[in-house]
Write a protein that binds this ligand. Sequence first.
Ligand code: PLP
Length: 377
Amino acid sequence: MIYFDNNATTKVDDEVADIILKYMKELYANPNSIHQFGVDIENDMEEAREQISELLKVLLTEIFFTSCATESINWVLKGVAKANKNRGNHIITSSIEHSAVINTVEQLEREGFEITYLNVDKNGVINLDELSKSIRDDTILVSLMAANNEVGTIQPVEEAYKIIKQKNSETYFHIDGVQAIGKIPFDLEKCQCDFASFSAHKFHGPKGVGILYKHRGRRIFPFITGGSQENGMRAGTQNVPGIVGTSLALKKAFQHVEIMENKIRKIRDDLAQELSKLGAKIVTPLDNSVPNTLAFFFPKLRGDIIVNALSEDEIYVSTTSACSSKIKSFSRVMESMGYSDEASRGMVRISLSHLNNSDEAELFVNKLKYVLKFLNY
Ligand code: PLP
């Protein structure tokens, strides 16, 4: 099997899986219990929080655990909107955000909030002038992704922060950091913001754990009410096995950035060359993207046909993002970048991890050649 769909999800790291199992089988107390077993587990969970906060270069009290990045994003967008209504009802995002953002702001729009969608250029990058001009006195939040899940484009979030705060110091900035972690150098000292969302299963951690960074003092309503867990901001017994596993996975993800930058970028760039020789058009801007992602299309060929044909040989790539590909078979991101409907329907995405190698890339190209021949392309 060749697994080239790491932007959808990653294989859980062996050591991470071992520690998760240990917390399931042996260290299973509720971290909120007052007996010693519970207190010990709470200490372990807080140690995990501390490690995560140190890696992200923020305070321990600024890290909250959720069940996935979609939950973190929902919490930020809805929680900020509701808690800051008195300041305004205008929210800015971009046209190429993940559906977790797009569908949530659409819901807020139906509830009376005004949403501005920033355009992107042919490389998928927002225009900072447009951002600056869009910020108003009543803009309560800007939400932008650090790296795009479909085409890998890196957004200028550091510059965006400065512009936002210069134009309106009261406007909050949320970064969807899901696809940046473990792929490029990324921390919250470098990329300043008021809120940031992350997801463990994208960096070889378990499914079912999201992280929300909330800068101290920022106004947001709790998303899930109930018990006093997570400082009363996100009720529900914490997923301790997943949280402890996530902190180890994050530590390792930071170590993988160098492998991504050197080994994986070269494999990706070589693949782009090989695919171009076969007639593919490369969508990913190779010089401004996370090093693991390669989006391309073959003119007049539908992406799902290629994905399904390769799948027969246990080679796993994808069309658009995993969350959207079952609903619609064209890339909304590519459309926003100015591609035609036909090209957007052709998108195929390869997303590598540090575990992939050049032999797999070679095999992939050979299989693809065979598929193209079979399709008379
Ligand atoms: N944001 C981005 C950029 C993503 O790629 C994803 C997942 O594909 C999400 C958010 C949602 O993450 P989760 O699966 O943890 O809900």
